[in-house]
Ligand binder design. Structure first.
Ligand SMILES: Cc1ncc(COP(=O)(O)O)c(C=O)c1O
Length: 372
């Protein structure tokens, strides 16, 4: 059952994506993708290798053959040449292509692929990329929590074709979600995280699990989640330009430091939620994460675990997965909304510069810091 705020989100989606008039809500984007996979009789899913492994698991659960495309190191997006070779080798009428605009960096080849492979079914994953969707797809997935502060779940799928997903039962906000955006409590939470934070160790190389531990979560987003997401949609232009200005300042501050900020394709802009930064080798990345956590500076390690770390996907990389592993070990993703304050921006720039110049003292304690 739609709540009032969910209906407003639905109205916004229909207005902005008139070619995708069927709007479905869920607690989990992966669960919505599973519904798509299960409803499509196509046999194969082609998707990125530098990606959340749960989505690959959902494709396996739907009985699909999974093919992962390695990333391009420079862009963190699927390697276009590999993708084209792959699509030329499969039966396009039997294939679903899932493309993620990784951390809001637009994958600019979708319209061209749509034209050249018209029988493909294309899913555009905009979970962290609201604002850069090409629309040249059959489905567009958005997250209602990954780029919206305070909520812990929620997703919306805009579809060009009816899927017949019955609305799932409603949900309630947790106590944490209710208080998450109250400034003093947020401050206390960050302080607690800072105290608890100890040395970050990459999980890459330690992971040899058979299958990612994922089970679908079904339900409708609660009113608070929808209201927060709608507010983001309603202010998207102002918010995006503010965050892009923050990104520009950080990029400027890091210039000459040897730290590489990923750039969007020429003539394009990112969605403005994240700035993706290659810090250097894994040990430097881990040290950077540890130091940033200790200063309560919010960055994401996503994804240091990718499909390449699970046995069940061993034979799903026709072109290898070296670049995706490389990115999983070297990238950090700065949540731009958390750097509205000049002091935090300065601190982030100083910490990153210090880490890469090896000026940093070694961290004191060992265990794993947690970021979500
Ligand atoms: C790019 C991307 N899309 C979709 C999802 C699925 O999101 P959810 O947590 O809503 O299942 C994830 C999960 O991390 C993701 O990284």
């Amino acid at each position: 059952m739609n709540n009032r705020c969910t209906s407003r989100v639905e109205g916004w989606m229909k207005e902005h994506f008139p070619r995708h008039p069927h709007i479905y809500f869920g607690l989990s984007g992966t669960a919505l993708l599973l519904e798509v996979f299960q409803r499509q009789p196509r046999s194969t899913v082609v998707l990125p290798a530098f990606f959340c492994p749960n989505i690959s698991t959902a494709a396996l659960m739907a009985g699909k053959r999974v093919i992962h495309i390695d990333a391009d190191r420079r862009t963190q997006l699927p390697d276009v040449a590999q993708l084209e070779r792959c699509l030329a080798s499969v039966n396009e009428a039997e294939t679903i292509l899932l493309i993620d605009h990784s951390f809001g960096y637009p994958f600019i080849h979708l319209s061209d692929l749509r034209r050249r492979f018209p029988k493909l079914l294309i899913i555009e994953d905009c979970a962290r990329a609201l604002g850069v969707e090409s629309g040249a797809s059959d489905f567009i997935l958005f997250s209602m929590y990954k780029t919206t502060a305070g909520s812990s779940n929620g997703a919306v799928l805009a579809s060009a074709i009816p899927l017949g997903i019955e609305p799932w039962p409603g949900s309630r906000p947790s106590a944490r979600e209710r208080v998450a955006n109250i400034a003093p409590l947020r401050y206390a939470y960050h302080l607690l995280q800072r105290i608890q934070c100890s040395e970050f160790r990459s999980r890459a190389g330690q992971v040899n699990t058979d299958v990612p531990p994922w089970t679908p979560q079904y339900g409708m987003p609660h009113q608070l989640c929808s209201a927060r997401f709608f507010s983001e949609l309603d202010n998207i232009q102002t918010q995006t330009s503010t965050r892009r200005a923050i990104a520009d300042e950080i990029i400027d501050g890091l210039s000459g430091s040897g730290i590489e900020c990923i750039k969007p394709a020429e003539g394009h802009q990112t969605a403005g939620h994240f700035l993706s930064v290659r810090v250097g080798q894994q040990s430097t990345r881990d040290l950077a994460l540890t130091r940033l956590c200790k200063k309560s500076l919010s960055v994401a390690r996503t994804w240091d675990i990718i499909p390449a770390h699970f046995r069940c996907f061993e034979n799903t990389f026709p072109f290898g997965c070296a670049n995706s592993k490389h990115l999983a070990e070297q990238m950090i993703h700065v949540r731009l909304a958390e750097f509205r304050g000049a002091k935090q921006r300065r601190s982030l720039i100083d910490e990153l510069r210090a880490v890469t110049q090896n000026l940093a003292a070694l961290p004191e304690k060992a265990s794993v810091a947690s970021f979500s």
